[in-house]
Design a protein. Structure first.
Length: 454
């Protein structure tokens, strides 16, 4: 592990160094060799895994795959001294392939005598981790695309082995999505069949939809702020951002106006705690961000600023539940439901476990076509291309598709001289062969006419 980690750090830092234009050893060729060799290693490992199993996820330094239970895992070799030597079979196969192709056979080492010793050197080794109990991979909401570097891996005892790429690991993400992902991942380990698993996770998704559709009636104000507010940080000040628009900038401007601090617009690294309001109706999301701080202000102050920001002078209900844009948060949560539950279920032939979350239009059409009993079938299911044109030239192949040329004698059977049956030769296979066969048939027909009763 230490050797692999050392090589990984060296290659990553070396790749970054030679890519830098100001480096003394700047060389795009050297950087290309590093990435090209690494991608070839993973690609070849994937091709090997495809022959025996199913690759799931490719990374820069590894591959996740499914192998059948019957595939050899670990062999134990007993040595003469009584010791046992474990040999992980997939690991040895991959390492042998790497050794045969990527070994440096001209590695030179300077000896104490000053001479150079040439030897073979290869420090690239695969190591097997696992097996694991489950790996959860989300689907993409776009057609024929996949999400990279997003997965959750669980051990046999139900503990989380590795988590990568999900919102639960990101700072400033919507707490509602983070809590849902934390709760739903262990639920994929329950159930005895795929249908039972998706039924369990679908029920959890329906519970969270009930919370949003009820507009948080069962929650306190602190719980609503905890689940639906976001904290966004700004690397630049509002003045340095210029005409750039974002929810952070809108929230920072309104917070400065509310607190009466113009210096806030000049400060950098500001963290904005905000909610998305449902007004103004025709405004974009970036223009509807309001600071959470306003809901803790006095009634008159809250009334003044909320009417101004929402552009509604008749607003009298200042409860945060009537101001929050619940459709916006429902859309964001349903996008997570699609990636983790509904789209993945459709790919596995399971009906939508959460019908309130609609499938993307492109996937809905695919599912409808697969389940349509009256859809038009392809003629290729009943017809297939003739094999007579194999190995022929273009002209001969074109002639082979035409109708056959034959004689009336063929109706009586293709019997040659001596009573032997002549094979049927198509004109498209070549005029010379067809003519030779026809001469034999004509000769046989002439003999039969000369015989009594012919």
């Amino acid at each position: 592990d230490s050797l692999q980690l050392a090589h990984k750090c060296i290659l990553n830092s070396f790749y970054g160094y030679v890519m830098r234009k100001g480096a003394r050893w700047h060389s795009m060729k050297m950087a290309g060799i590093v990435t090209f060799t690494g991608s070839n290693l993973i690609r070849e490992a994937r091709e090997f895994c495809e022959q025996v199993g199913l690759p799931l996820e490719l990374d820069t330094d590894g591959i996740w795959c499914l192998l059948p239970k019957s595939f050899p895992d670990t062999f134990k070799l007993k040595l003469k001294g009584g010791k046992e030597l474990k040999m992980p079979y997939p690991n040895c196969v991959l390492n042998y392939r790497v050794f045969r192709k990527y070994t440096n056979k001209q590695y030179q080492t300077k000896m104490e005598t000053g001479e150079w010793k040439v030897s073979e050197e290869n420090s690239i080794f695969f190591e097997i981790d696992g097996p694991y109990r489950a790996m959860i991979i989300p689907a993409s909401t776009e057609e024929d695309k996949m999400l990279k570097k997003r997965y959750a891996v669980y051990n046999d005892d139900g503990s989380l082995a590795e988590l990568k790429g999900f919102e639960v690991k990101r700072r400033g993400e919507l707490r509602l999505i983070q809590v849902f992902q934390t709760e739903v991942f262990p639920e994929f380990l329950k159930g005895g069949t795929k249908e039972e698993v998706y039924k369990i996770v679908g029920e959890m998704a329906n519970r969270w939809l009930d919370v949003i559709e009820s507009r948080g009636k069962t929650m306190t104000d602190d719980e609503v702020i905890y689940f639906f507010s976001e904290c966004k940080s700004m690397s630049k000040s509002v003045e340095a951002s210029g005409n750039y628009k974002s929810v952070q900038i809108t929230c920072a401007r309104r917070l400065s106006e509310f607190l009466g601090l113009e210096s806030l617009l000049k400060d950098e690294s500001i963290t904005c705690h905000m909610l998305i309001a449902n007004k103004p109706h025709n405004a974009s999301c970036t223009e509807r961000a309001i600071p959470v701080k306003i809901f803790s202000a006095e009634h008159d102050v809250k009334k003044q600023f909320l009417r101004q920001w929402l552009q509604d002078s008749s607003l009298n209900d200042f409860d945060m539940r009537t101001i929050i844009d619940w459709d916006y948060y429902k859309e964001r949560l349903c996008s997570v439901f699609q990636k983790l539950i509904t789209i993945t279920a459709a790919y596995q032939g399971i009906s939508n476990p959460c019908p309130r979350v609609k499938l993307p239009e492109w996937l809905r059409k695919r599912v409808a076509e697969q389940n349509d009993r009256f859809q038009q079938r392809s003629l290729g299911l009943w017809l297939r291309k003739a094999d007579g044109s194999k190995g022929l030239g273009m002209d001969a192949a074109a002639d082979a598709g035409k109708r056959k040329l034959g004689d009336l004698e063929d109706l009586g059977g293709a019997v040659g001289a001596g009573g032997t049956k002549q094979p049927l030769v198509e004109f498209g296979t070549g005029p010379r062969r067809w003519l030779e066969t026809q001469r034999l048939r004509w000769a046989a027909a002439a003999v039969q006419q000369k015989q009594p009763g012919g």
